[in-house]
Design a protein around this ligand. Sequence first.
Ligand SMILES: Nc1nc2c(ncn2[C@@H]2O[C@H](COP(=O)(O)OP(=O)(O)OP(=O)(O)O)[C@@H](O)[C@H]2O)c(=O)[nH]1
Ligand SMILES: [Mg+2]
Length: 441
Amino acid sequence: MYETIVALATAPIKSALAIIRLSGDDCFFVVSKFFSKDLTTTTKSTIHHGFIKDNDEIIDEVVLLTYKGPHSFTGEDSVEIICHGSPLIFNKIVEVAVKYGARLALGGEFSSRSYMHNKMDLIQAESINDLINAESEESKKISMMALTGKTSKLIEPLKKSFGDILSLIEVNIDYPEYTDIEEANFEKINEFCTENIKYIENLIESGNKGKIIKDGIKVALVGKPNVGKSSILNALLQEEKAIVTDVKGTTRDVVEGKINLNGIVINLYDTAGIRESNDLVEGIGIKKSIDKLNEADLVLVIFDSLKLDDEDKKILEFVKDKEYITVYNKADLYDNDGKNNLFVSALKDDINPLKEEIIKHLGLSKSNYSNPSVANTRELGILENLKSQLIRIKLDNMANVPVDIINSEIHDAYLKVLSLTGEDNDFDIAAEIFSRFCVGK
Ligand SMILES: Nc1nc2c(ncn2[C@@H]2O[C@H](COP(=O)(O)OP(=O)(O)OP(=O)(O)O)[C@@H](O)[C@H]2O)c(=O)[nH]1
Ligand SMILES: [Mg+2]
């Protein structure tokens, strides 16, 4: 029995209209207690005009939609009430719904019920959150492909291949006396591992690219004081966001900005110039610079001369294990051939070469934008795990580990494949995912 839940589905602010959602096995019964019409005999989805009331008190004149399960988002009987968008009204309607038997929904509970009733898989469910949080048109497209089930289809070949090999091995184990069935021999298992490792590697590669498009990247600007980090930030943003002076150590706190390059959201972090400093405040700023540098997906190391001094070299030491681009700023001040290195001048607004270099660095192709990809952190984590497991199985197979042990290893890996879409029915993981959703979704 799924109890009836209620939540405001629109923003909790004053607006023209608001939507309140209810869902549950006795939803029509509960709503009939505070709506001017009886909905208990509803057999199909309908639209009503009427009044929300608490006994004799009329709370609002509304439009009410019923969705007869399973033909609803959650798969259960559901109702949407379109009311006037006053907080006094929509809060009161939710209150009345609770009074007559509904319970306040938890974050993501509507989506969670949809998953429980097999209306969508976990990949689709996770994409709802991504869709709501999308900050660019391209990000929205990637999430939409996941929501419509195109991304889940990428998992189908894995499921089929695992199913095939498992049934073949099991038939071999169970019926050793039959000679006319295909043998689950070394080559077969080896081929299964090799093909799937390759398939997963491709999924991971395109997934990581898709994730860049979906989530954007973090780019930190670092360098010694006065090289023009803040000036570059301002030039990229086309806005005087950070303070620029010729005093070394001007920037103390991290200054953030956002730009969109080819549809990718680039989150920029201008940081305090890194140098030895006895100044307490500057010292704290420098520590923050190093933290940001470590967090970033890409670091822009800024120099203001072709001749690097000890301070510059020390910064290169800090970034040696990171993805980074070296940028020579103040190119208006010294001779450069414009080749081999990336030269810019924030002062002269000559910043396009840097934008182009960032785009080049991302290495995205047209197909990354137009094809579905497994671009979610949880899903990519499972794929990495699965790949390592298949490599181990392949090695065990080479080491002539008995087939029944290989069988149980493949079985274990198969559960991971199923966990991508939530078909392993691990409701703890599902609950964790849905708890990150907003209430009403
Ligand atoms: N000639 C020239 N001067 C520049 C250029 N970019 C920045 N400057 C100047 O260099 C000085 C320092 O610039 P900032 O942007 O404050 O440097 P910063 O790296 O952020 O410095 P800190 O915050 O102190 O670490 C300012 O006087 C800028 O006007 C450039 O491309 N050419
Ligand atoms: Mg600065």
